[in-house]
Ligand binder design. Structure first.
Ligand code: ZN
Length: 261
């Protein structure tokens, strides 16, 4: 069994900023895909904003078990229809992993239904990521914590709904803390938010980060068949109720009339 991953990246700073290009000559997406492909059970390739349909056609999403999403400067350039298509794929069972500044991406904000805001500082601080969910599969291989010598600070309060699990909680050198590894379920889809990955630091070359990325792909993968129409809201007429009932009282809808959406 192979988990098919698509790594999506806006692919802006790697082409426009020399520091980022130096750290990620293959693009952030290329480095993440290489990490995912390292152990044979995951098959990752890439899609970028610049491709037709941002590289995320209906067919591409249908054969993607888990989508990774990295974006920062170009959230607004993602077409609403494509963002909606990604959300529907999640509701139907596709796993998704949102990385770092993807907290402000259209799909993440829509799936969370919340502002997703936070405080931040770009000062090359040490980040210590504590494992805050014992034996969680996404933290497999990490003991109590791991550290990144230089990262951007993200601070609480993080404007997201309460997660199913908080897998990692970060401490930063300047004193702030942040829930940096959060799991959610939306429809049939598993969602993981993972904080590290500011583009001017080599975080996706870090062995622990790369291990967490692979763990996250395995965790987010839902082997069940996709839900065919995850947004359908069917009417069940009286004669098809599991128990025998008779219609009573007034009603708004004529028999067979469609519901409002
Ligand atoms: Zn950043």
């Amino acid at each position: 069994m192979t988990i098919r991953v698509t790594v999506w990246n806006e692919n802006i700073h790697e082409r426009e900023n020399g520091i980022v290009a130096g750290i990620y000559p293959e693009g952030i997406h290329g480095t993440i895909a290489a990490a995912l492909n390292a152990e044979g059970d995951i098959e990752a390739d890439c899609a970028t904003l610049q491709e037709p349909e941002h590289g995320l056609s209906v067919e591409r999403l249908a054969r993607t078990d888990v989508l990774f999403w990295w974006g920062h400067a170009a959230h607004a350039e993602v077409e609403d229809a494509i963002a909606g298509r990604v959300c529907e794929a999640v509701w139907s069972g596709m796993g998704i992993v949102f990385l770092h500044s993807a907290h402000f991406s259209k799909p993440f904000k829509r799936l969370m239904g919340a502002p997703c805001n936070l405080s931040w500082r770009e000062a090359g601080e040490r980040e210590r990521l504590w494992v805050t969910s014992l034996n969680h599969p996404i933290a497999r291989g990490i003991d109590r914590y791991f550290e990144l010598e230089q990262e951007e600070m993200y601070g609480e309060p993080f404007g997201v709904p309460e997660s199913l699990e908080t897998v990692f909680t970060s401490w930063f050198q300047g004193g702030e803390v942040f829930r940096s590894g959060l799991t959610y379920k939306r429809g049939a889809g598993n969602i993981f938010y993972f904080r590290p990955g500011h583009e001017t630091y080599p975080s996706y070359h870090d062995a622990n980060v790369r291990m967490v990325l692979r763990n996250a792909a395995r965790w987010a993968y839902n082997p069940a068949a996709r839900v065919a129409d995850p947004v359908s809201a069917p009417n069940v007429p009286v004669e098809r109720a599991p128990e025998t009932i008779e219609h009573r009282g007034p009603r708004l809808h004529a028999p067979g009339q469609k519901g409002f959406v």
